[in-house]
Design a protein around this ligand. Structure first.
Ligand code: CP
Ligand code: NVA
Length: 305
């Protein structure tokens, strides 16, 4: 990989994403083969928001590669309050071989990467969630063999996950339709960047305000919570706007027959998705969650080896 950090899916080319997927598949098939791939290397994991999947998969992932991790909780670091991002970066680069960071402002991750001489991996910001989108398209590839020409319909908030899915689809030649209520569209710059990248691969990246129109012809229907971490105060107000965008069996019936259901998790059952959908045989949400492990191991290896 040319990039020395993994801050956005846009940091890597379509070809590099396919290489990451190839390595992730090999790591998934034969864990022991890579047991010493990052022997003795340490990953600092900075969390300013809660996590189940990201924490577990990075922690277990680095251990499966022979390294170890250090969990730094919001209470410990207090980025920008107790100590500046610059000074945290300058300390950590002398102590560990990589930094995974989950925070609010995307600028903090960009700054961390600018100041630290070691690889920095974006574990979610308010703007993007690249490791999630990588695991998701790896999952689509496992299911369909090739993601090219497949359509993923993302129904809900034009948020961090939506942005990264657009970037990944654009790079890989997969169509991504965002179906969201008016006023909850993805960031305009992110949308334009994805559209620009899509011109090179033939992917169709679009935004619609009608969930039924959005899922038509979809091979995968994807949703996420209506209020993301940090938006808890808006949760009730958002419910009214998002109610027509609930992914339920009636909406799934408008997708392609055999379409899968996807969700980054955690899910708010009964809100953005009903039990009948998330528990259906066509739901691949836990496959996605597991694939975070394999894809991130490949990313860590390529950056930290
Ligand atoms: N999907 C995801 O990133 O989950 P966590 O917030 O639990 O890490
Ligand atoms: N959009 C969600 C994703 C959680 C993995 C959030 O930011 O809370």
């Amino acid at each position: 990989m040319k990039t020395t950090d993994f801050l956005s899916v846009r940091d890597v080319s379509g070809e590099e994403i396919r290489e990451i997927f190839h390595l992730a598949a090999d790591m998934k098939a034969d864990r022991k083969k890579y047991a010493e791939a990052l022997k003795g290397k340490a990953l600092a994991m900075i969390f300013e928001k809660p996590s189940l999947r990201t924490r577990t998969t990075f922690d277990i992932g680095i251990q499966q590669l022979g390294g170890f991790s250090l969990y730094l909780s919001p209470a410990e670091i207090r980025l920008g309050q107790r100590e500046s991002v610059h000074d945290v970066a300058k300390n950590l680069e002398r102590m560990v071989e990589g930094i995974m960071i989950r925070t609010f402002s995307h600028q903090v991750v960009l700054d961390m990467a600018k100041y630290a001489s070691i690889p920095v991996i974006n574990g979610l910001t308010d703007y993007s969630h690249p490791c999630q989108a990588m695991a998701d398209f790896f999952t689509v590839q496992e299911i369909y063999g090739d993601v090219r020409g497949r359509k993923l319909a993302y129904v809900g908030d034009g948020n961090n996950v939506a942005h990264s899915l657009m970037f990944a689809g654009a790079r890989l030649g997969a169509h991504v339709t965002i179906a969201c209520p008016s006023g909850f569209e993805p960031n305009a710059t992110a949308f334009e960047q994805a559209r620009m990248d899509a011109e090179e691969t033939g992917a169709v990246i679009e935004v619609v305000n009608d969930p039924v129109e959005g899922v038509q012809g979809a091979d995968a229907v994807y949703t996420d919570v209506w209020a993301s971490m940090g938006q808890e105060a808006e949760a009730d107000a958002r419910k009214a706007a998002f109610r027509p965008f609930q992914v339920n069996a009636a909406l799934m019936a408008h997708a392609k027959p055999g379409a899968v259901f996807m969700h980054c998790l955690p899910a708010h059952r009964g809100e953005e998705v009903t039990d009948e959908v998330i528990d259906a045989p066509y739901s691949v949400v836990f496959q996605e969650a597991e694939n975070r492990l394999h894809v991130q191991k490949a990313i860590m290896y390529l950056l930290m080896k």
